[in-house]
Design a protein around this ligand. Structure first.
Ligand code: ADP
Ligand code: MG
Length: 686
C-alpha cells in the first residue's frame, strides 16, 4: 500500500484547476497523468532575457524585455501572411511585433495603438525591419515584465502552451507534501543538496544544478534500492538445486566447438544451478556471440535433473525461430521441445498444456503466453528470458512466481549496455559475458550512402541476389506512428516487388501471424532472396545466408539499434555488407553516429560512445534518456551519480534490510514515489 503522505501526488491531473478533458489529452501525450508527473515535468531549459532601454542596445537574436508603444496595426495581406503591429521604442526606433494565424486576434487586444507596453521575446530581423515574432509576454506593468527575466521552457505537445504548463506546474508545486529525507545524512551534507520539496521548486525556477542532481539522485537511489531488494528476496527464497549428470549434454551433437567464453558461461550457470538459492544471472553477449547454445546447455542441465525449462522470447517470430533451432540442435538428445504462443488455440494448445502438466514436454519455447495463469507446469525449474531488455524487472518477478519452488532465471541480452547502465538495469543480477565471437566471422563492410542514390542501391541489391545471395531491406522508423512505418515499408515493398517479383517478401508488425510466418519461412529457407521489413527483425533473427543489409534513413535509428540491425548479417562465413542510407539534412550527431558505425563493430564501444554522444548534447537533464529506465536522471547524471546512489542503497540494505528504521520508512516512500514499489512488495512477502 502506498504511504498516505504520497496520496496528494498521485491524484489525476484533472484535480488541478483548468484541466478538463481537453487538456488531459495533450498532457497524457507527454506522459503526464498525475500531479506527481507534472511536478517532475522539469524544464528543458530556461530563457534568460535582458531588459533594454532601446533597440540599439539589443543584438539580433537576443532575448530582451523592452517598453514599446504600438503605432500601427497592419493586417495580413492574405490568409497566410502575418499580422504585424509596428511599435516604437523610447528613442523612436521601429520594430514589428509579428503574429501568425489565430494569434493575431490577441495581438489586436494586447497592443492598442499609442499605449506603452512591456514586450518580451527574441529580437530578429526580417528584411531591413527589426521584429519580434510572437512575443512571449506583453504586459502593462514593468514590474511583471522584469519578474520574467528568467523563465522555464517546457517540452510541449499540441494543445499546450508555455504559460499553461507553467501554471499547472505552479499548482502542482503548491500541493507538494513534506516528505522525510531518504538520502544518507553524510552524503546529503557532503553534496550540499536542497531537501526534496525545495529541490523540485528550485528545478523549475532556474538552472539549479544541485536541485537537478538531487532529483536525479533520488531516482537512481530508488532504482538501486529496488533492485537490491529483489536480490535480497531472491537469496531468501528456496529454489531447487539442479545437478545434471551430463547424460543429455553428452548426446548433443553441435557442428562446432564451443568458444572459451561459451564454456566459461556454461560453467558459471552450472555452478549457480547447483545452489539452492535461485539463480539470477544475465548472459550478456553481442549479436551473434552464440547465446542460444548456452541457453540450451542450461536447459539440458535442468532436464538431466528431471525438471522442465522454459524459454521466453519477446516476439512470435523469435519464439518460432528459437523453437526450430533448439528442436534441431536438441534432436540427438531426445528431449521433447514444444512451442506455445498466444496464437495456439483449441486442440493444439490443449495438448501442449497437457504435456507441460504431465511433464512429457521438457523444454517449452514461447512468448509471454507460456506464463499465463492457465498454463501449469509439472516441475518448472529454469526460465530463460531472451532479449531481456524488452521485459521490465516487474515482469521478471512475475515469472519467478510460476514454479513450485522459485525457478532459476537466466536472462539474455544482446543490447550492449555501457558498464554504468548495466548496474542500473541489472544491478540485482550476476553477469556472464560472451566476450568472444565464434571463429571464422568476417568483418562487415559498412558503407554510408546518400538516399539520393536509391537507384544505385537497388541495382546493387539486384546484383547481390542475382548471384544467389540474400539481403535485408529495413525501412525507416517513424517514431510517432507504427502505421506510418508500415505504409513506408509497404510502398518500398511494392516498388521492389515490381522489380524482383516473387523474390521479395515483406514482414511488419501488423501482418496476420500466418502471413508473417509464411514470409519469414520463405526467406529463412532461401526461397525468397530479399526481406523488406520494419524494425521487427531487430532482435535475434538468424539467417546466416543473408549477407547484405540495407537500412533506409539510417540517421533516424539509435546507435544501439543500428548495431542490432547490422548484426543480422555477418553470421556466416561469407563476407557481408551493410549499406546505411542517409537522408539529406544530417545533424552533427547523426553524422558522428554513422561514422562510428563505419568505424567499428564492437558493440560495447558503440554503446559507450553512444552514451557520450547523447550525453554531450544535453544541457540540462531532460528525460529523453531513451533506453535507460529513468525519466529524471539524464545519461550524464547516471554516469556521475549512480555509483554513490548504489553505495547509499547498499549501506541502507546492510543496516536495515527490512526498511523498518525511520530512514527505512523514508526509503519506502521514495520507492513508491518512483513506482519501484515492486521492491517493497517483496519486503512484505519475505
Ligand atoms: P546470439 O548471441 O545473437 O543469440 P546465436 O545464438 O543466434 O547468437 O548464434 C549466432 C550463430 O552462431 C548461430 O548460427 C550459431 O549456430 C553460431 N554459433 C554459435 N556458437 C558457435 C561456435 N562456438 N562456433 C561457431 N558458430 C557458433
Ligand atoms: Mg539470440
Amino acid at each position: 500500500m502506498r504511504p498516505e503522505v504520497l496520496n496528494p501526488l498521485f491524484v489525476e491531473t484533472d484535480a488541478l484547476e483548468g484541466v478538463g478533458p481537453k487538456l488531459r489529452k495533450p498532457l497524457e501525450k507527454l506522459g503526464l497523468t498525475r500531479l506527481r508527473d507534472i511536478a517532475y515535468h522539469l524544464p528543458e531549459r530556461f530563457v534568460t532575457r535582458r531588459p533594454v532601454e532601446n533597440l540599439d542596445e539589443a543584438g539580433e537574436g537576443e532575448q530582451i524585455v523592452i517598453a514599446l508603444t504600438p503605432t500601427e496595426h497592419r493586417a495580413a495581406r492574405n490568409n497566410r501572411g502575418p499580422y504585424r503591429v509596428l511599435a516604437q521604442d523610447a528613442v523612436g526606433n521601429i520594430c514589428a511585433l509579428t503574429y501568425f494565424g489565430r494569434a493575431s486576434f490577441t495581438a489586436k487586444k494586447l497592443l492598442p495603438v499609442g499605449e506603452k507596453r512591456w514586450v518580451s521575446g527574441r529580437l530578429d530581423r526580417y528584411g531591413d525591419m527589426l521584429q519580434i515574432v510572437h512575443p512571449d509576454h506583453v504586459e502593462k506593468d514593468s514590474g511583471e515584465s522584469l519578474a520574467r527575466l528568467n523563465e522555464p521552457v517546457y517540452s510541449l505537445s499540441e494543445g499546450l502552451t508555455q504559460p499553461r504548463v507553467a501554471g499547472l506546474v505552479e499548482q502542482a508545486l503548491a500541493r507538494l507534501p513534506q516528505l522525510p529525507e531518504w538520502i544518507e545524512p553524510t552524503q546529503f551534507e557532503k553534496a550540499g543538496w536542497p531537501a526534496w520539496r525545495d529541490a523540485l521548486h528550485l528545478a523549475h525556477k532556474g538552472e539549479h544544478a544541485a536541485a537537478r542532481d538531487r532529483l536525479a539522485y533520488d531516482e537512481l537511489l530508488a532504482n538501486s534500492l529496488a533492485l537490491m531488494l529483489v536480490r535480497a528476496d531472491n537469496r531468501r527464497r528456496r529454489g531447487q538445486p539442479l545437478q545434471g549428470d551430463g547424460h543429455l549434454r553428452d548426446k548433443l551433437d553441435l557442428r562446432f566447438p564451443l568458444t572459451g567464453a561459451q564454456k566459461r558461461s556454461i560453467g558459471e550457470i552450472e555452478g549457480d544451478l547447483a545452489q539452492e538459492a535461485p539463480m539470477l544471472r544475465l548472459l550478456q553477449g553481442d549479436v551473434g556471440a552464440g547465446k542460444t547454445v548456452v541457453a540450451l546447455e542450461a536447459m539440458l542441465i535442468a532436464n538431466e535433473a528431471g525438471k522442465q525449462a522454459a524459454l521466453l522470447a519477446p516476439t512470435e517470430i523469435l519464439a518460432r525461430q528459437h523453437f526450430e533451432t533448439l528442436r534441431s540442435m536438441a534432436a540427438s538428445t531426445g528431449v521433447e521441445v514444444a512451442l506455445l504462443t498466444g496464437r495456439d488455440k483449441g486442440k493444439a494448445r490443449e495438448s501442449i498444456l497437457m504435456g507441460l502438466l504431465d511433464g512429457s514436454i521438457d523444454i517449452v519455447v514461447g512468448t509471454h503466453a507460456i506464463f499465463q495463469d492457465s498454463v501449469a507446469y509439472k516441475d518448472l525449474a529454469l526460465v530463460v528470458i531472451d532479449e531481456q531488455h524488452r521485459f521490465g524487472v516487474a515482469q521478471r518477478l512475475q515469472l519467478a512466481s510460476k514454479g513450485r519452488a522459485t525457478p532459476h532465471t537466466l536472462a539474455m541480452t544482446a543490447t550492449p549496455i555501457p558498464r554504468t547502465l548495466t548496474l542500473a538495469q541489472y544491478g540485482e543480477m550476476d553477469v556472464s559475458k560472451l566476450d568472444e565471437m565464434p571463429p571464422g566471422r568476417q568483418p562487415i563492410d559498412t558503407v554510408v550512402v546518400s538516399q539520393d542514390r536509391l537507384e544505385d542501391v537497388i541495382a546493387g541489391v539486384s546484383r547481390h541476389i542475382g548471384s544467389g545471395q540474400q539481403a535485408y531491406w529495413v525501412c525507416p522508423m517513424v517514431r510517432e506512428s507504427e502505421v506510418d512505418d508500415i505504409a513506408a515499408a509497404e510502398a518500398r515493398y511494392a516498388q521492389l516487388n515490381e522489380r524482383f517479383g516473387n523474390d521479395v517478401v515483406l514482414v511488419h508488425g501488423q501482418q496476420r501471424p500466418e502471413e508473417k510466418d509464411a514470409a519469414m519461412e520463405r526467406f529463412a529457407s532461401g526461397e525468397a532472396k530479399l526481406l523488406v521489413a520494419t524494425t521487427v527483425i531487430e532482435v535475434g533473427v538468424d539467417v546466416p545466408a543473408a549477407t547484405l543489409m540495407v537500412i533506409e534513413q539510417a540517421e533516424r535509428f539509435g546507435l544501439a539499434q543500428l548495431h542490432q540491425l547490422r548484426g543480422r548479417v555477418g553470421r556466416g562465413s561469407e563476407k557481408s555488407v551493410c549499406l546505411l542510407l542517409r537522408g539529406g539534412a544530417l545533424s552533427e550527431t547523426g553524422r558522428k553516429r554513422l561514422a562510428l558505425m563505419r568505424e567499428t563493430q564492437d558493440g560495447f564501444r558503440i554503446a559507450e560512445e553512444d552514451l557520450e554522444l547523447r550525453g554531450g548534447g544535453e544541457l540540462l537533464g531532460t528525460r529523453q534518456s531513451g533506453d535507460t529506465p529513468f525519466r529524471v536522471a539524464n545519461l550524464e547524471q547516471i554516469t556521475r551519480l549512480l555509483p554513490a546512489a548504489h553505495d547509499d542503497a547498499r549501506l541502507l540494505m546492510e543496516r536495515d534490510g527490512g526498511l523498518s528504521s525511520e530512514r527505512g520508512a523514508a526509503a519506502r516512500i521514495l520507492l513508491y514515489l518512483f513506482e519501484r514499489d515492486w521492491g517493497v512488495q517483496l519486503l512484505r512477502g519475505g
